[in-house]
Every structure is written in C-alpha cells, then in structure tokens.
Write a protein that binds this ligand. Structure first.
Ligand SMILES: [Zn+2]
Length: 308
C-alpha cells in the first residue's frame, strides 16, 4: 500500500452487528492511517465463543464494505492463531514474566484487583487454573495521540490473565501478539480500553525481550459514545446496528463527534449519497488535534431510534 511504515487497525469482536460506537473507531482508525499514507488492517477478535454470534463477522465485514472502507492484507481471525499465542506464552514463561494462578475470583473478592497470591508459587495442593502476567510495581505511562500524557500505577491494575481459567486466550495476550505480528504502529480505539493499554505495553515490552524486538505501538483513545442513560453503546446496552442505507448520515454524525471539519468536498459527497467518497475526503482532511476527550452522550441514537 505504501512505504510510510504507518500501520493502523480496526479489531471488532463478532459479538453482534456494527453499531455507531464501533463505526466511530473504524472511521477514526481508517482516516488516521490513510492520512499518514499508512496501511489499515481489519482483525476479528473472535476468542470468546460463548459471546459470539454466528454470522456476525461476515456481517461486520459486509457492512464495512458497504460504507466504503477498504482494508489492506487479509482479515485475520484470532480463533486461527492458537499456536502463535501458545508460543508467546511459552516465551513469557521462560522469561519469568508470568506464573500459574490457582485462585478463583471468590478467593480475592475482598480486593479491587488480584492481590498476587500465587506470585511466589502455588500453595501446597493448589493447581494452576490460569496464567497471569507479572506486573512490576512501577509507574507506567505513555503519550496518548489524543489525550496527551497518561499514567497508571501497576498496583491499581494487578497481575492479569494471559490464559483464562476456562481455557480461552485472554484478550490482553492475543491483542499484543497480533499487533506485534502485524507490526501495528498506531492503535486507535475507544477510551473504554484505556486501562488495557499499560497492560498491553508491558506484555509488548516483555515479548520484545524474549522474542522478536518490535517497537511498541503508539496508542490513541477516542471518546466513548453513551446512550441517554450514560451507558457506553454496546451490544449489552442494545445499541442500534448501523445500516448501509444510512451510511452518509452516519459517517457525517461520527465525523462531527470526532470534532472534524466538513470540507466542501465532504458536503458534496454527502449530497450525492457517496459515503466512500466521504471517507476518502475524510482521510485527506483528518486532524488528530480536533478529536475531543471524554464521553459523548447521544440523544436519540442509542437504541431503536433512527438518526434525524
Ligand atoms: Zn492466584
């Protein structure tokens, strides 16, 4: 696609149809990557079969196409990458970055985060149920592409699972392994994932020590869309799916929520009903500095209501 070296991605979970919250992340990550002459990848995060909906992955891809998005390379499905995650876990284990934990959630229910019970080894007679990443106690921070300086204390996060007790790979491991494999340089996503970022940066750095050294991605967190009750739009809050027939009005709404300007070409493309041309123009005029912080409460967009 280009020699800029910039690689962005959009990574939906096929737990339902695309809604405006996920559309916002798609538009922002797409325009940010293309504005910087970069590649834009699509990856299906289908690692949690109990939450997935049959046909949702195909539906999301068809919807993205219908809106006029074009992605580079083949779409990756995390469900096909078990061996790669297993190898990464082995690397992390050999480097001492993770440990088996035999606790169930009720064993540490009095704590806000996992208190590290099994850090120094399992108690006699206890079997490991999962693998946890060892988060060293030191300040963590990054310069967010939209939010500026961010900092976290490891103690407020706790050691987190890489392999879950139910046998599924944890999101935090799979995302980092895939971002590294695809040499993603810019992770642009919703601010609901803000506290995943320090975890993922640590896993990334650990893997760079025990496997291929790959420069850590930069991260940018987008405003969260909420319904009239202040809940994040999601399948759980019955966010209304986006329809290709309404692509122009939806892309224009998302563009406004991202704080972006409408150029004359943007308005002309919208008037002619061409959402693909709107996105192409959006890639040209995208301005990171205009993306607002915080959440955006939508009236009349949350569920079962049509855009005005
Ligand atoms: Zn434990």
């Amino acid at each position: 696609m280009s020699g800029s070296g910039h690689v962005g991605r959009f990574a939906p979970s096929p737990t339902g149809r695309l809604h405006v919250g996920s559309l916002l992340a798609a538009v922002a990550s797409f325009c940010d990557a293309r504005h910087h002459s970069g590649e834009w990848l699509v990856r299906m995060e289908d690692l949690d079969p109990p939450r997935e909906v049959a046909g949702a992955a195909d539906d999301i891809l068809r919807t993205l196409e219908g809106f006029g998005f074009e992605w580079d390379r083949d779409v990756w499905f995390q469900s096909t990458r078990d061996e790669v995650y297993r190898a990464a876990l082995a690397d992390l284990t050999s480097g001492g970055f993770c440990y088996p934990c035999g606790c169930s959630r009720k064993d540490w229910s009095e704590h806000a985060v996992y208190p590290g019970t099994c850090r120094d080894g399992l108690a006699a007679g206890v079997e490991g149920r999962m693998q946890r990443f060892r988060l060293e106690e030191e300040a963590m921070g990054w310069h967010d592409e939209f939010l500026g300086e961010q900092s976290f204390q490891a103690g407020t996060l706790g050691d987190f699972p890489l392999l879950r007790a139910d046998g599924y790979w944890a999101y935090q491991l799979a995302v980092v392994v895939d971002d590294r494999s695809q040499e993603v340089t810019h992770v642009i996503r919703g601010a609901d994932l803000l506290d995943s970022t320090p975890r993922q940066m640590r896993v990334w750095e650990a893997l760079s020590k025990v496997a291929d050294p790959i420069p850590c991605a930069r991260y940018g967190h987008l405003p969260i869309l909420t319904n009239a009750a202040g809940q994040k739009l999601s399948k759980q809050t019955l966010a209304r799916p986006v329809e290709v027939a309404e692509a122009c009005v939806l892309v224009d709404a998302v563009w406004g929520w991202l704080g972006q300007d409408q150029s004359e070409a943007w308005m002309a493309s919208m008037a002619s009903g061409d959402s693909r041309a709107m996105l192409t123009e959006g890639c040209r005029i995208w301005n990171r500095n205009r993306v607002p912080a915080g959440s955006i409460q939508l009236q009349g967009w949350g569920q079962d209501e049509r855009p005005a």
